[in-house]
Design a binder for this molecule. Structure first.
Ligand code: NAD
Length: 423
């Protein structure tokens, strides 16, 4: 996954930005001052030094973090990122966003996040395994199926989740699959996890279409990014009856006003590594895809791609943020003034964490569900989250992003208040 908000949104202020987003809704929901102050800070921050054996026999020191923002609603949940640009502020911000995302879709988790400052692209598999196992061991004092459950994030894969699960299990003397999600199916992963983010995104777009009185059949969709989120969004939305007219990846884009043949396009992407060169459409580029004549725009690649420069030229009526942080705050205001409904990332890409929750439940019960059941449950969760956010947005006359924050923050505040202060 690519999720590097800090790099583009100002590394030094990403945590302050997350705090500001909370401040903006505090007034709307009448959050009292002490609770507001409480929610502005993470509950727990763990910094660890991680010695990892390299292939040349020497060991190297890495720095890692696990941050738990708020656990009033349940154990912490959030990915682990392996990236050279990881900072503590970034991990704190991502942990806070996880708190709101889990609360919005109403799953019984708090928000957490982890990261190790490293460059996995320059490490061998053995070095990566050594680093993962030692990092797991260092943070094992605060993780566990009832405490805090990591998952994949940027440059961490199902294989890495398998090593985390194994290390934690070895320390306890028996298999504990519920300590981590996003695992391979063979060791307690969940069906449907691979397409969950895209599927969830489609479900909330369906709801938005209905709320705006628009017809799904033939509605034109443009998608930036053709990886896990974008490619499956194209496939699922095509099957649903939307017309996918433009897509792009890091190499460029392809468009066809009659609708792209998504099946053939995916085959082309697997064959050549890009959507570029697909013969069923004409060439376009990443910038044009965002401004392409369409009803629904799905940014599913990078952060900060919708800016105050291109926001006035976006033609879509719905922007569904499959990516994290694709819309800049000032672009958000422009889109709101232009009556464009932005489905915020904490809603539009929450399908991933929702199916992670299902994985955890299945692991704890040692009882695995059929994929249809998973998709049905996912749909119920996301449809309800959309309606609740929409109701708040309408009531306060604000954007869907603020509406979603109102729902999420109020839920976390209520749980925190009910539990009271210990001692
Ligand atoms: P991925 O690495 O599978 O795919 C990213 C895609 O973006 C690739 O097709 C890549 O070619 C494309 N891309 C890179 N640079 C581009 C550019 N300049 N213009 C257009 N496309 C470009 O990543 P992913 O898992 O699909 O994640 C995409 C976004 O979705 C990230 O912001 C991620 O945080 C978010 N997200 C993903 C999940 C998930 O479950 N996969 C869950 C929540 C959020």
């Amino acid at each position: 996954m690519t999720q590097d908000l800090s790099a583009v949104q100002g590394r030094d202020n990403v945590w302050e930005m997350a705090q500001r987003q909370l401040d903006e809704v505090a007034g709307l929901i009448g959050l009292n001052e002490s609770l507001h102050g409480y929610l502005r800070q993470p509950k727990r921050v763990l910094e660890v030094s991680v010695p990892a054996r390299m292939d040349n026999g020497a060991f190297r020191m890495y720095t890692g973090y696990r941050v738990q923002h708020n656990m009033a609603r349940g154990p912490g949940k959030g990915g682990i990122r392996f990236h050279p640009d990881v900072t503590l502020d970034e991990v704190k911000a991502l942990a806070m966003w996880m708190t709101w995302k889990c609360a919005l879709v109403n799953i019984p988790f708090g928000g957490a996040k982890g990261g190790v400052i490293c460059d996995p692209k320059r490490m061998s598999m053995q070095e990566l395994e050594n680093l993962t196992r030692r990092f797991t061991s260092e943070i094992s004092i605060i993780i566990g199926p009832e405490k805090d459950i990591p998952a994949p994030d940027v440059y961490t894969t199902p294989q890495i989740m398998a090593w985390i699960m194994d290390t934690f299990s070895m320390q306890h003397g028996y298999s504990i699959s519920g300590v981590v999600t996003g695992k391979p199916l063979a060791i307690g992963g969940s069906l449907g996890r691979d397409k969950a983010t895209a599927r969830g995104c489609m479900y909330v777009v369906d709801e938005a279409m209905e709320a705006l009185g628009k017809t799904i059949e033939g509605a034109r969709v443009a998608i930036q990014g053709f990886g896990n989120a974008g490619m499956y969004a194209a496939q699922l939305m095509d099957e649903r009856g939307y017309r996918v007219v433009a897509v792009s990846d890091s190499h460029g884009g392809v468009a066809n006003d009659e609708g792209l043949d998504v099946g053939r396009l995916i085959a082309h992407k697997f064959e050549t590594g890009s959507v570029v060169g697909f013969t069923g459409g004409h060439r376009t580029d990443n910038r044009e895809v965002l401004e392409y004549d369409c009803d629904v725009l799905v940014p599913a690649a990078l952060e900060k791609v919708i800016t105050r420069e291109n926001a006035p030229r976006i033609t879509a009526k719905i922007v569904a943020e499959a990516a994290n942080g694709p819309t800049m705050p000032d672009a958000d205001d422009i889109l709101f003034d232009r009556d464009i409904m932005v489905l915020p990332d904490i809603l539009a890409n929450a399908g991933g964490v929702t199916v992670s929750y299902f994985e955890w439940v299945q692991d704890l019960q040692a009882n695995f569900w059929e994929e249809e059941e998973i998709n049905e449950r996912l749909k119920r969760k996301l449809t309800r989250a959309f309606r609740e956010a929409h109701e708040q947005a309408t009531r306060h006359g604000v954007s869907m992003r603020k509406g979603a924050y109102c729902v999420a923050v109020a839920r976390v505040a209520e749980a925190t208040k009910l539990r009271g202060l210990y001692p």
